[in-house]
Design a protein around this ligand. Structure first.
Ligand code: 5AD
Length: 350
């Protein structure tokens, strides 16, 4: 699609027209990646973070306002075991940017998983050094996720205050680096960040395509009252008309446009989307999504990984969610994916 067409769709408010787009995306999804919904077990390994992202509830500026935790190696192994018990094809290890999750610790964990299970491993540990990316890939890590959050530099800088001594890195360069190393590479954005216009969001969607991403995570921005962005401080001023809403409908439209423009990518129906309504997960699957990430983090840690408030999975026991998810997927005419669920796009080039 041309940029102008994407912008027109993003500005469309008539629900019957929006639904036409969502249906079109659903057909593209069916033809390109099929009916399988792949399940990835999410392990939130640490809420310790050295970054100051203004939207995120576990950022460093929160200091000890929230109790901090880092899972032990054994606790991480228990989560991987649970993913095997539930027959999930892969796990995602996500955390704040925590240097205490050392290169060696993560490497040892990857090796254990590769020696003892058939799980694919996705890492989502923030901006790390190239030699760490290489070591983890050599140890067996399959995929890496790093959302670029917005393709607009001014907005990016507004929501990501710099750190002292931080080297200047561009997330687009890191994503290219990850692809070159051989990772299945994922990125994504939030929908409705203050200061995000329809044009900026259209550029984000075009960037997904240009980067040739294998996985794209898209969820609504949910204000966190303890963050400076959530409190409405230092906002980039744009008119209400220009501002993208952080609604379920807008998120579905962005998912649909992403599916149509990147047909073979893996596209999760995110937890943030499911936070907006009870049917959020199903809704995301119906407008382009083909992945769900059930949370395997032990409940005692889960409430401490509150990147945004009222995360829908905060009290959701892993077993309980697991019992329901198959039924929920089948109730909308879909099937639970078998195996690792590698991206069709990745497989077609390797
Ligand atoms: N609302 C929605 N998504 C958020 N994330 C972080 N904070 C929020 C928020 N307040 C998303 C970011 C990050 C991912 C792990 O969670 O896009 O990359």
């Amino acid at each position: 699609m041309e940029k102008a067409e994407i912008i027109n769709w993003l500005k469309e408010t008539e629900s019957s027209k929006q639904e036409t787009l969502w249906r079109e995306a659903d057909i593209v999804r069916k033809n390109s990646v099929g009916d399988a919904v792949h399940l990835r077990g999410l392990i939130e390994a640490s809420n310790i973070c050295s970054r100051r992202c203004r939207y995120c509830g576990i950022n460093a500026d929160q200091g000890s306002n929230i109790p901090r935790y880092r899972m032990t190696y054994d606790e991480m192994i228990d989560c991987a075991q649970l993913a095997m018990d539930y027959n999930y094809g892969s796990i995602v290890v996500q955390a704040g940017e925590d240097p205490g999750l050392t290169t060696e610790l993560i490497e040892r964990f990857i090796k254990w998983v590769k020696d003892h299970t058939s799980l694919a491993i996705t890492l989502s540990l923030g901006e790390r050094d190239e030699d760490e990316f290489v070591r983890w890939h050599n140890a067996g890590a399959d995929r890496y996720l790093l959302r670029f959050e917005t393709s607009n530099q001014r907005l990016y800088e507004n929501i990501h205050p710099p750190l002292k001594c931080q080297k200047h890195v561009n997330r687009f360069d890191i994503l290219k680096q990850l692809k070159d190393i051989g990772y299945e590479t994922g990125s994504g954005v939030m929908v409705g960040i203050p200061g995000q216009s329809h044009e900026i969001l259209a550029n984000d969607i075009l960037s997904f395509k240009e980067l040739g991403l294998h996985m794209i995570g898209i969820g609504p921005y949910i204000p966190h009252p303890q963050t400076s962005l959530g409190k409405g401080e230092n906002l980039i001023c744009i008119s209400n008309k220009e501002q993208v809403p952080n609604s379920q409908e807008m998120t579905c439209t962005v998912l649909a446009l992403t599916r149509i423009n990147c047909p073979e990518t893996n596209l999760p129906s995110t937890t943030a989307l499911s936070t907006l309504s009870n049917e959020g997960r199903e809704q995301g699957l119906k407008c382009g999504g083909n992945v769900i990430m059930p949370n395997l983090t032990p409940l005692k840690y889960r409430k401490l990984y509150e990147i945004y408030p009222a995360k829908s999975c905060i009290k959701e026991d892993a077993q309980e969610f697991h019992n329901q998810i198959k039924k929920r997927i089948e109730s909308i005419g879909r099937t639970v994916g078998k195996g690792r669920g590698d991206s069709v796009k990745f497989l077609s080039c390797h």
